[in-house]
Design a protein around this ligand. Sequence first.
Ligand code: AMP
Length: 493
Amino acid sequence: MTDDPLGLHGDTLHEECGVFGILGHPEAATLTALGLHALQHRGQEAAGIVSFDGRQFHSERHLGLVGDHFTDPGVVKRLPGHMAMGHVRYSTTGETILRNVQPLFAELEVGGIAIGHNGNFTNGLTLRRELIAGGAICQSTSDTEVVLHLIARSRKKGSDERFVDALGQVEGAFAMVAMTRTKLIGARDPNGIRPLVLGDLDGKPIFASETCALDIIGAKFVRDVKNGEVIVAEIQADGRITITSSMPFGQKPERLCLFEYVYFARPDSVVGGRSVYAARKNMGINLAKEHPVEADVVVPVPDGGTPAAIGYAQQSGIPFELGIIRNHYVGRTFIEPTQSIRAFGVKLKHSANRAEIDGKRVVLIDDSIVRGTTSIKIVQMIREAGAREVHIRVASPMIFHPDYYGIDTPDHDSLLANQHADVVAMARYIGADSLQFLSIDGLYQAVGGEARNNAAPQFTDHYFTGDYPTTLTDLTGRGKSDPKTISLMREAS
Ligand code: AMP
């Protein structure tokens, strides 16, 4: 229990997430567990699956990795039925508590409904305050729960109409999957900030955050759910599955989050019709064109920097080597409990491959710099391994602005780019001989083939430019310029 019913004092959570759902398959829960396993990079702290067997809903929600729980046949057996949906989440602040783990489920006037959300609302706190003031009883500190309340209060007839009515009242980013007794619904916010795809396994529809979740179960990619689109897959009384699509939120040009390409999505996924791997490699190619450097070896900061480093090496002709080796078996909890262990953090995750570094001029490639903590530790490690020079090239622009849509970028003052006057000062702080970032146009070209259209940007890039694609009611409404609200907005979800 919390004595903070609004979730305003520290145990609210900021989330990065993945969603998956399948309708009409006898092994729905097993396939969902596999899909979530492929989406594990989108959230490592908790996972949940809800299934429906024609009579009742079943729910299993656990802290930890998908494989920690959902490989247990006993757990999957407790999730019978021909439809299932699941969620993985990574909360970056506050306690991780089971009641925040999605899918969230509620029994409403229209029947049971489960929802799983990837993204963050920018009026979540405002709505939550209004709902609680009106008598709503919140079970979680997750702003996803406001959607359940809005569905419950909607005066529309059917569950899908109510779902649309509820989503029409939220602002921000959502790639959301909902499940009722007969329907699996996928929806994306009007800007399409977070991705969601429609897949097909032997005629059974699937929604998933990324195509890599379709690949793992041998499902076909059908298409992206469009920005602002709601797709309802329904199982009819005779077993037939129908699929209907609507655009209830009005049409806008899509503005997918560029950070999906920079860091977040898995490189083997195709997001918005573009290979994430190819985009990252192009970022490295453009980075080498924009910011060449004389060096002996190109070394990626694994895993995020690897595709860009391959591109940088190809373009520059400097040999690519794995100068840093990543240990893939580091659990988050292992690193976190005490300060003394945390200090070893970077060595648990990364270690220098001295044979490839000693005596060399190294170009380190990372996908992004946020606070600069990783860079400081890696540079020190590379120097200790004998590097003669360490140059950092970053495959995305400088981050100046916090994100409110589901990516873990911290508040304004914690961002490295806001703490120093220029790249020279940043390089000095990190301990690098030089530091350069990919330009915004270099990034746009790498992802979409064209420079940024400043009149109508093709993507959302607010962390680089400050150009937020939605209103920010929690910031500009009641909580105007209140720094506490700013951080709560980021933490809530
Ligand atoms: P920092 O150490 O704060 O500068 O963070 C940058 C490092 O974290 C880079 O190596 C990125 O690969 C990684 N990174 C970037 N964005 C995120 C994110 N949203 N969540 C977790 N890690 C990230």
